[in-house]
Design a binder for this molecule. Structure first.
Ligand SMILES: N[C@@H](CCC(=O)N[C@@H](CS)C(=O)NCC(=O)O)C(=O)O
Length: 213
């Protein structure tokens, strides 16, 4: 399977989640950069693979897969030794719960802020929405901090939930959106110090093109 995996990604985007998970799994994969800032995501070669025009996209033997959460679940299932999707029922349930929390509660206000700062066409942006979204993010972060007050990781062992949550916390830091919990900064830094995270960041940092999409 290893040679059949190709990750389409772009530095400083959600594709880091997928690269990080692949590195945790010890998977071999080709990395194909899509320069979103030059509109490559909206050009026909990439749109034929992902009509949504977004990264990450993982081309797998089961077909092209979009949505970072689904990609991490796929990697966790295909590489069970990675522990990304734990096999024991208790940790597995918690990994799924906190993954969904990261995607729907923690990320949602960050994405709202990003959309209304720069991602939406100017005529659809509402500047006044930011304080509400920032408050929602702080409320979600408080729940995360509560969970991590007694645990090193969200599922009791490292899992895909930690990739998603740590990525959201890194996103918040780079966008200067505060959460008010220094312990979450320590958690984020601990997760990002994992060798697989460092390798993924280095892999995405290389922007030279290898082939056309
Ligand atoms: N829900 C999707 C969101 C993916 C997404 O919005 N990716 C951004 C980069 S972080 C993108 O590709 N944007 C390009 C565009 O919308 O044209 C996921 O989690 O994978």
């Amino acid at each position: 399977m290893s040679q059949a995996l190709t990750l389409y990604g772009c530095p400083n985007t959600r594709s880091l989640r997928a690269a990080w998970a692949l590195e945790e799994a010890g998977a071999e994969y080709a990395y194909h950069p899509i320069d979103l800032f030059r509109g490559e995501g909206r050009k026909p070669p990439f749109l034929s693979l992902n009509p949504g025009g977004k990264v990450p996209l993982l081309v797998t033997p089961d077909g092209p897969l979009s949505e970072s959460g689904a990609i991490l679940m796929w990697i966790g299932e295909r590489f069970p030794a990675s522990g990304l999707l734990p096999t024991a029922p208790g940790p597995r349930a918690l990994a799924l719960q906190w993954s969904m929390f990261a995607l729907t509660e923690l990320e949602q206000p960050l994405w709202t802020i990003a959309k209304h700062r720069f991602a939406l066409p100017p005529e659809h942006r509402v500047a006044g929405i930011e304080p509400t979204a920032a408050w929602e993010f702080q409320r979600a972060a408080s729940l995360l901090a509560g969970r991590l007050a007694s645990e090193e990781t969200l599922a009791g062992i490292f899992s895909m939930a930690d990739i998603l949550a740590a990525h959201c916390l890194a996103w918040a830091a780079s966008a200067r959106i505060p959460h008010g919990h220094p312990a979450l900064d320590a958690y984020r830094d601990r997760m990002l110090a994992r060798p697989a995270a460092r390798q993924a960041i280095a892999r995405e940092g290389r922007l030279e093109r290898t082939s056309a999409p």
